[in-house]
Design a protein around this ligand. Structure first.
Ligand code: ADP
Ligand code: MG
Length: 255
């Protein structure tokens, strides 16, 4: 039996005007895989995540999530562009966590988590609240339900952001440097939640500079350099015995 990969990219390109950001990204991420995406600033990591989530449209190449082309539907031999409504539905199945938590500041932790399930999924308020309490429990914040983001530390806010993403019951989670904006002593608590999530079998793509996390939790690592995957494989191989001078150089800067 063959299983459809969760993400498949073939020669994906994306330019902004004259800047070629993605110059042919090819990779396959299986279900349950925890893939860490590393690379220098400007190499296209965020752009690639945004293409997966259809926040950006790639220019050429093929990009599919869970067996269907991002933004397109295949009928017979033809591809049809999806409607905005269909794109929103596709996007709601992919959770995204950003560097800067992006919580709604006027809503409590609980309300941040219940908003999507109520508004987008049409779940009843009481069910959404019950589920939100379970999620707050899961990220270690069961007593913080009525706190506003300003009353929470960066690490706590990021854990609420993860709970909020999980409330939509995503099949794929994208993390874009989730710990880069945190004070060093708060990084661990967020990585612990992500590790727990990885162990639960979630498919995750994590842009990170936390090489310890990549080696311990990652199933694979992809080194993005100037818009292409320059090196990839088992983190305990790739990060320990990098092949290209550019990866050697990159690792010497982040370690
Ligand atoms: P990374 O996340 O690896 O640091 P990004 O994907 O954010 O890289 O950006 C790659 C390049 O694309 C950068 O040179 C950046 O300035 C450019 N870029 C990103 N988004 C836009 C945009 N919306 N318009 C123009 N240029 C952009
Ligand atoms: Mg980025």
């Amino acid at each position: 039996m063959t299983t459809t990969p969760m993400v498949e990219a073939k020669d994906v390109t994306k330019s902004y005007g004259a800047i070629d950001v993605l110059r042919g990204v090819t990779l396959t991420i299986q279900r349950g895989e925890v893939a860490c995406l590393i690379g220098p600033s400007g190499s296209g990591k965020s752009t690639f995540l945004r293409c997966i989530n259809h926040l950006e449209k790639h220019d050429t190449g093929e990009l599919s999530v869970d067996g269907s082309f991002v933004g397109y539907e295949r009928r017979g031999n033809k591809l049809y562009e999806r409607t905005d409504k269909e794109i929103c539905a596709e996007r709601s199945e992919i959770g995204m966590v950003f560097q800067r938590f992006n919580l709604f500041s006027h809503l409590t932790a609980l309300e941040n988590i219940t908003l999507g399930p109520i508004k987008v999924k049409g779940i009843s308020t009481s069910d959404a609240i019950e589920q939100a309490h379970l999620l707050l429990d899961r990220v270690g914040l069961h007593d913080r339900d009525h706190n506003y983001p300003s009353q929470l530390s960066g690490g706590q806010q990021q854990r609420v952001a993860i709970a909020r993403a999980l409330a939509m019951e995503p099949k794929l989670m994208l993390f874009d440097e989730p710990t880069s904006a945190l004070d060093p002593e708060l990084v661990g608590e967020v990585l612990d939640v992500m590790k727990d999530l990885a162990q639960s079998g979630m498919t995750m793509i994590v842009v990170t500079h936390e090489m310890g996390f990549a080696r311990e939790v990652g199933d694979s690592v992809y080194f993005l350099d100037e818009g292409v995957v320059a090196e990839s494989g088992d983190p305990n191989e790739v990060l320990v015995r990098p092949q290209s001078p550019r990866l050697v150089n990159f690792l010497s800067k982040v370690l």
